[in-house]
Design a protein around this ligand. Structure first.
Ligand code: NAD
Length: 298
């Protein structure tokens, strides 16, 4: 089997630029997406299309997935027409999506029983990181399988870590990261709402905080790429996906019996206020807060 052939399922905000970078690195890439417009734009830059999760495994030795939610990941891997059912011994499956560590482990068990290798390998670095092939990738799974997948991972990311042999352990790190990204996102929203009330120019606040102790990469990203441009769609990590990850972080915390006072409060807050902001970037937490209609006091 040609090792330069690779499959990619889920050509969305993250998947499309990652699959594009595999093409640029010289791989022959077979792209699959339920949204046929996404497959079409991938074919326009040289990707192969026309396959499904059932037919892709016979074409390649490695398949990446970058899918939105745990139930979708579960069906693509474990469904009747799924990757595991149609796998083979020479196949390695690498899930770049953010799911629960339990789902990573369930899929790994089913895949290994079928003789197929599997890695849980969530990524961080936003759409800009996916475009620049500079993502961080945190991998859980067998070290030999990791070594096999490493050259492919280097085409999409810059900082690649083998966290451990447990298939869900990379995801635990990813959820820690996104819990922090979520809390920072809400901190940015609250900070700018005070700036508005005080009549302060956002740019001045950003410039000062950026060289002071409140500085964060999330402030840079959310402010520079979205809030300052008043543009919340292009390059998005949607509020809906952030809420998914915050719920997963709370779920993991409960399973370890640790406490997340802010994490829990943030899930409650987003659940009550997300309507109308689901498909916009997470930085829209600023609008969620400032556009809120406050009932006048009686
Ligand atoms: P997205 O919704 O933009 O892309 C997901 C793609 O999967 C879509 O194109 C969709 O049509 C496709 N899809 C859905 N169901 C499918 C199926 N059954 N078969 C094939 N394709 C299917 O989401 P995204 O922002 O690219 O995120 C993908 C994953 O990466 C998520 O798990 C997310 O949490 C994670 N992630 C996202 C970012 C980000 O900045 N957007 C950063 C890090 C990690």
């Amino acid at each position: 089997m040609d090792t330069k052939k690779v499959g990619f399922i889920g050509l969305g905000n993250m998947g499309y630029p990652m699959a594009s970078n595999l093409l640029k690195a010289g791989y022959t890439v077979y792209g699959v997406d339920v949204n046929k417009m996404n497959e079409k734009r991938f074919a326009e830059i040289g990707g192969n299309i026309g396959f499904t999760s059932a037919t892709l495994p016979s074409e390649v030795n490695l398949i990446f997935t970058s899918l939105p939610t745990p139930p979708i990941v579960e069906s693509v891997y474990l469904g009747n027409e799924g990757l595991v059912e149609n796998g083979k011994t020479s196949l390695t499956l690498v899930d770049l999506s953010t799911v629960s560590p339990e789902l990573n482990k369930t899929i790994a068990k089913a895949a290994l029983q079928n003789g197929t290798q599997y890695l849980g390998a969530p990524v961080s670095g936003s759409v800009t990181g996916a475009e620049a092939a500079s993502l961080s990738v945190m991998v859980g799974g067998n070290k030999e399988t990791y070594d096999f997948a490493l050259p492919y991972l280097k085409a999409i990311g810059k900082n690649i870590f083998h966290v451990g042999e447990d298939h869900g352990v990379g995801t635990v790190v990813k959820l820690i990261n996104n819990l922090m990204a979520g809390i920072h996102t809400q901190a940015v929203a609250e900070a700018l709402s005070i700036a508005d009330a005080a009549g302060l120019d956002h740019n001045i606040v950003y410039e000062i905080v950026n060289v002071s102790s409140g500085q964060s990469d999330v402030f840079r990203r959310n402010y520079k790429n979205f809030i300052a441009k008043d543009e919340y769609y292009k390059g998005a990590f949607t509020t809906e996906l952030l809420l998914k990850d915050l719920r997963l972080a709370n779920y993991v915390s409960n399973s370890f019996k640790t406490k997340l006072p802010l994490g829990e409060a943030l899930v409650d807050y987003f659940e009550s206020n997300i309507k109308g902001y689901e498909d916009k970037d997470m930085s829209t937490a600023y609008l969620m807060l400032t556009e809120q209609k406050v009932e006048p006091a009686k």
